[in-house]
Design a protein around this ligand. Structure first.
Ligand SMILES: Cc1cc2nc3c(=O)[nH]c(=O)nc-3n(C[C@H](O)[C@H](O)[C@H](O)COP(=O)(O)OP(=O)(O)OC[C@H]3O[C@@H](n4cnc5c(N)ncnc54)[C@H](O)[C@@H]3O)c2cc1C
Length: 332
């Protein structure tokens, strides 16, 4: 299917693609790449991490490669290959129902399987990279099929090689996940353990607890436009953290922080709240009351409203904490 149309995005910002094309097989994808060889291309999933700043003067591609099949299996676990066009949460519902561990903490994150590898989606102490074995892709330039190992993908915090060195060079067609048959519940993050309230930590019970927590804190895309967390949580040096403690006249216990291999991670939501942004509006864009890391479209926001609000937040945090926030959302 090929036509000019509105590009789906959970922010609910109207933007058109000159051409919008979907495909259901590798052959169709290769044919599209051949047809639009000299065009500007953008491959999207469900548009849940995109901010369209204007119409896209080129070809938007979207995968409808939708299959899931078990590959190798033993007593410990199973490798499952899943088409890039499958909705991630549909997959998680299915494998949780089969009693397989690995993806349940990522329940209810909007988006599709292909993007889960690009973004290395994460929630409640789990990242997609923890269960991704391989990523299958097609090279945009040559149409050649490629298989990448987990190490090849250079996963990082909400990051992978597909967002950096290889940006725009490969289209992910399927992802192989390794899921465990042995109990491997990960409950140490947030109030997941409490939310399970004495229930057995099966993949399905964990999934339901995650969904219940997320529904209390995050906007539902069908009701209120957003792209989830707008900014990444910044990582600063221990010295910088000490300077902030002195400046703010606070103890370590008073500033939420997590030690990581790269430095000290501070929740961006805390920084945003400290600077008084919770609930603040800029045109139709608003800092979400229940979770200040999220910018929502209250109904009629323009991309410029969102850009201005994000820039003002960034500037005030730089001024007060000398920390530069970086967007998690992809500006297009
Ligand atoms: C309410 C809400 C809550 C959210 N919560 C979380 C959360 O808890 N954790 C989290 O990590 N994220 C979260 N997100 C962000 C978002 O769900 C993820 O980033 C998700 O992976 C985006 O998937 P998508 O299919 O919508 O991809 P899109 O937003 O359409 O695309 C994302 C990127 O992937 C690229 N891409 C998409 N498909 C392919 C493909 N097949 N091949 C190559 N490149 C491709 C795009 O070009 C783009 O660069 C949230 C978003 C919302 C709206």
């Amino acid at each position: 299917m090929t036509e000019k149309r509105l590009i789906p995005n959970t922010f609910g910002i109207p933007a058109h693609a000159r051409v919008y094309a979907e495909y259901t097989s590798l052959e169709e994808l290769r044919a599209l790449l051949q047809t639009y060889k000299s065009e500007r291309l953008l491959h999207i999933g469900a548009g849940s991490n995109l901010l369209f700043t204007k119409d896209f003067d080129g070809v938007v591609l979207h995968s409808r490669i939708c299959f899931a099949r078990a590959l190798e299996e033993d007593a410990e676990g199973v490798n499952i290959e899943v088409g890039a066009g499958i909705v991630m949460d549909d997959l998680i519902a299915q494998v949780a129902d089969m009693g397989l561990y690995g993806l349940e903490n990522l329940s209810h994150i909007p988006g599709e399987v292909g993007a889960s590898a690009v973004q290395n989606v994460g929630a409640y102490g789990v990242e997609a990279k923890d269960v991704i074995r391989e990523v299958h892709a097609v090279a945009v330039e040559s149409g050649e099929e490629c298989v990448f190992s987990n190490a090849d993908c250079r996963f990082g915090y909400r990051d992978s090689i597909f967002k950096n060195e290889w940006k725009g060079q490969y289209i992910i067609t399927s992802v192989v996940f390794h899921l465990s048959k042995q109990p491997q519940p990960r409950l140490d993050y947030g109030n997941l353990r409490q939310a399970l309230a004495g229930k057995e930590p099966t993949p399905m019970n964990i999934r339901e607890a995650v969904i219940a927590i997320r529904k209390q804190k995050l906007p539902e895309p069908a009701e209120l436009g957003s792209a989830g967390s707008f900014f990444k949580n910044p990582i600063i040096s221990p010295e910088h953290f000490q300077t902030i403690l002195q400046q703010e006249q606070k103890t370590e216990a008073e500033i939420p922080h997590f030690e990581t291999a790269d430095g000290i991670k501070i929740p961006a939501a805390w920084l945003i709240e400290q600077c008084g942004w919770k609930g603040k509006r800029q045109g139709g864009a608003q800092v979400y009351e229940k979770q200040p890391l999220v910018i929502v479209n209250t109904g009629n926001a323009t991309a410029q409203d969102i850009i201005t609000l994000a820039a003002d937040i960034t500037e005030s945090i730089e001024k007060r904490f000398q920390i530069t926030l970086h967007p998690e959302v992809n500006y297009i």
